[in-house]
Write a new protein. Structure first.
Length: 364
């Protein structure tokens, strides 16, 4: 319930509860516009990327709003004017599935068009800068394939809330935001926005409990997968490269020493959930200039590397506060024999070409 305090009469007056439909307010023409203007109505700071997007492959369905959170996660926002209906969760899941294949360049294009539709002239470069400046996650490299979902309605049916709570147990980030409209005496409508699921006061506890349940369920399987995968990679690499190898641990990466402190080759899975795999050379010394100097020496062989690997080398001069790296990446998070063979072949080439260059720096 919402109350208004009358300072003249020194009394508290309850506001009359109402429905959006009673005031001719519509989902896309009104409610969606409010969120575009004030995204914080949904309980957090969001960047609206586009509205009424309908350019999905092989379907003409249209999502209400697509946003981005501070961690760099896509957020599918689905609105219902009053009653949520029975299937709003399923509808939002479909939109999330459609958006799961989007990458940063897609987002830049969508945001650029969205701004131009509002009469704001913007280039793709400025659009990308705006997106990256909004994200506060230092580890952000690319969008993951699991968008978040926020459902907004005046009333949520039990079927929907039960489904949302169940989906959250499987690491699907689905939230419910309740909008309560009140009719004021002056003819205005006040809207109270509150997060229904997860409850704000218990959000951290709930999320941690959910993560613990998920982790306990998959921990042993994931750990054994990593150990087995990297053990197989090492055995294959040993056949052509005789060097120091350590026993794999149950982590998503494996490091191969170069003989230089703070510098190592690395295999690594990336993304949550994992969505890509990298074959990399890391420079993780405490001194930024030392890392840049070593990276510079290795990047002189970039053309030779790319020709031998038949892959594009990505060079990061600024990675974290002081580190640098170069790497190639495969957009695959699933562990397969093909991925293992690719990882071994590319690492063998990377070491054969770059280790001699690293050895020169040791002598100098």
């Amino acid at each position: 319930m919402l109350y208004i305090y009358d300072r003249h009469n020194k009394s508290l007056m309850p506001c009359k509860e109402t429905e959006f439909r009673n005031h001719g307010l519509l989902e896309r023409q009104d409610l969606a516009k409010w969120i575009e203007q004030y995204p914080a109505m949904l309980g957090e700071e969001l960047m609206i990327i586009t509205s009424e997007y309908d350019r999905f492959d092989k379907t003409n369905e249209r999502l209400d709003l697509l946003g981005l959170d501070k961690d760099g996660n896509l957020v599918v926002i689905e609105l219902k004017r009053d009653d949520s209906g029975k299937n709003v969760d399923l509808q939002a899941l479909k939109y999330a599935a459609y958006c799961s294949t989007l990458r940063l360049p897609d987002l830049v294009e969508m945001y650029e068009k969205y701004q131009k539709q509002k009469g704001i002239e913007i280039t793709s470069e400025k659009a990308q800068t705006a997106i990256l400046d909004f994200i506060e996650n230092d580890d952000f490299e690319e969008l993951n394939d699991r968008p978040r979902i926020i459902l907004v309605a005046r009333e949520f049916r039990p079927e929907v809330t039960a489904s949302v709570i169940w989906l959250r147990k499987f690491a699907l980030d689905v939230s419910c935001v309740k909008w309560d409209p009140y009719e004021l005496e002056n003819g205005c409508v006040a809207v109270n926005s509150s997060v229904l699921i997860p409850l704000p006061e218990a959000k951290d506890f709930i999320i941690q409990a959910e993560k613990k349940d998920i982790a306990e369920h998959s921990k042993s399987l994931t750990q054994s997968e990593y150990v087995q995968f990297f053990s197989q990679c090492i055995e294959l690499l040993k056949k052509t490269l005789s060097r120091e190898y350590v026993t794999p641990t149950p982590r998503a990466y494996y490091q191969i020493p170069t003989g230089i402190s703070g510098v190592h080759f690395e295999w690594g899975f990336h993304g949550r959930p994992r969505s890509s795999f990298g074959v990399e050379l890391h420079f993780e010394k405490g001194n930024k200039e030392s890392n840049r100097s070593l990276l510079s020496a290795c990047t002189q062989l970039k053309d030779k590397l790319e020709k031998a690997l038949n892959e594009t080398i990505v060079v990061q001069q600024d990675w974290g506060k002081t580190w640098t790296r170069l790497y190639i990446e495969k957009q695959q998070g699933k562990i397969t024999d093909d991925l293992r063979d690719w990882a071994v072949e590319k690492m063998e080439t990377l070491i054969q070409i770059l280790q001699p260059e690293l050895d020169k720096t040791k002598k100098s």
